[in-house]
Design a binder for this molecule. Structure first.
Ligand code: MF3
Ligand code: CO
Length: 250
């Protein structure tokens, strides 16, 4: 699929979609506490999306059974919410979710600590978030996509963490996953030239230990092979004439 360029009117709809998603993330964060199950959190997320007039875009995506991917500790992405998964103090939890509003998708992920977490876990979470902001400094019209990837990779690896390679960011618009893929590691191809009106998801997934990941038998949950923690941070952004606009932060 070719890269789609959005008009200003389409960007406005993507902004509306993204701003609603930011509110959903706020609700998920506010609901996070020791003792809650990931199933309950998914219900809170789905209700919030629908109450705002959105449609969850994870639900039924290639058979995914929930509206929010909820990944705990060594789970990197695509954790399936479950009544048996009760969160406890010290866990770290990633919410990765999105919605469709007026025909346009938005997609964002956040990792949070449950109650008090270790300094080590907090630093991992902070570096995942900060690597996104380092990456999008390069998200300007005329730059090559690889500059974003390289900036994320350099930032994460300079902090001693691993960058997951098996999963990437992506273009987004009327479809959840559009071209181009947005790797979080530097490659030796430059990638496409960024243009005003492109909308992409930049989403570093990073690991405390080795960068290698595997899939559980449920065929969704991605985990670190060494069992160490992982963190994820994602926003939908738009390429503009100047600085990129983050569509999923209000
Ligand atoms: N939000 C995820 C992404 O970044 C969606 C994963 S697909 C799902 O692409 F089916 F797992 F939800
Ligand atoms: Co995404």
């Amino acid at each position: 699929m070719a890269i789609t360029i959005k008009t200003d009117e389409e960007i406005e709809l993507m902004r509306q979609s993204g701003h609603l998603l930011a509110k959903v993330h706020d609700e998920l964060h506010a609901a996070l506490r020791p003792g809650i199950s990931t199933f309950e959190l998914d219900e809170i997320g789905e209700k919030a999306i629908r109450a705002l007039g959105g449609i969850p875009n994870c639900k039924d995506y290639e058979g995914f059974p929930a509206s929010v991917c909820i990944s705990v500790n060594d789970e990197v992405v695509h954790g399936i919410p479950s009544k048996d998964r009760i969160l406890k103090e010290g866990d770290i939890v990633t919410f990765d979710t999105g919605l469709i509003y007026k025909g346009f998708h938005s997609d964002a992920a956040r990792t949070w600590g449950v109650g008090k977490i270790s300094d080590e876990a907090q630093d991992l979470i902070d570096v995942a978030r900060d690597s996104f902001f380092e990456g999008i400094k390069k998200a300007r019209a005329g730059h090559r996509l690889n500059e974003i990837s390289r900036a994320v990779d350099n930032y994460v690896t300079s902090h001693g963490y691993g960058v997951v390679r098996e999963l990437t960011g992506h273009g987004i618009g009327k479809s959840l996953h559009e071209d181009p893929i947005v790797p979080n590691y530097k490659k030796f191809w430059p990638g496409p030239k960024l243009k005003k009106g492109m909308t992409i998801c930049v989403e570093p997934m990073i690991t405390l230990g080795e960068r290698y990941v595997g899939w559980l038998d449920d065929e969704w949950t991605v985990v670190t092979v060494d069992g160490k923690l992982s963190a994820h941070y994602e926003n939908t952004i738009a390429i503009t004439d100047g600085e990129p606009e983050i569509l999923t932060i209000i």
